[in-house]
Design a protein around this ligand. Sequence first.
Ligand SMILES: Nc1ncnc2c1ncn2[C@@H]1O[C@H](COP(=O)(O)OP(=O)(O)OP(=O)(O)O)[C@@H](O)[C@H]1O
Ligand SMILES: [Mg+2]
Length: 207
Amino acid sequence: MADSKKVLEIIKAIGLEMEAHKGYLTELDQPIGDSDHGINLARGFGAVEQKLPSLEGKDIGTILKTVGMTLVSTVGGASGPLYGTAYMKAGMAVAGKLEVDKADFLTLMDAAIQGVAQRGKAETGEATMLDAMVPSLKAMKEADAQGKDVKEMLAAGIEAAWAGAESTKDMIATKGRASYVGERGLGHQDPGATSYSYMLQVIGERI
Ligand SMILES: Nc1ncnc2c1ncn2[C@@H]1O[C@H](COP(=O)(O)OP(=O)(O)OP(=O)(O)O)[C@@H](O)[C@H]1O
Ligand SMILES: [Mg+2]
């Protein structure tokens, strides 16, 4: 499915995608948060980009762990430790591998998402990134079980991620800053669920 070189290409493309949607992600964070989600992620992935040349030729586990540690150390706020944990857990799940196949991909996504749930002490239905992550992983596992190929599996995951992001509009947030606005958050899409959907979309476009 992907070798180290492809993973580096995807990470770089995710950084560009976060930069491209920085304004929109920040705008989504305005009514329910503190207007910094896009800025946070663009800063974090900007720091990641600086490290990419030193990661050439490294195994995928090391690449993903380094991305995670860089996000934790450069992004203030909730999304740094959360995405940082996701990438670190993903890296640990494929430690030493120079290539990941479809099964490895599902394993690393599972580890990443469980990492976010543990770190955030959150579950689905609380209007967070998990509301895009959990249904997308479920859809990808189902597609895999039905014998769908990688492309079809990712397409199913991306569709479910965006539907999940959309569904956060109908949820009252109980985690993070968004929980302070309570019912006033209704009608607003969660920034983290949106940034995750963009990330998965980048993966789908490049595989
Ligand atoms: N406990 C949590 N578990 C899972 N995801 C969370 C949690 N808290 C916040 N999030 C996610 O983080 C996103 C906000 O990230 P941001 O970069 O704006 O950091 P922040 O401003 O410090 O966050 P927050 O205001 O949510 O505390 C939310 O949209 C949500 O998806
Ligand atoms: Mg914020």
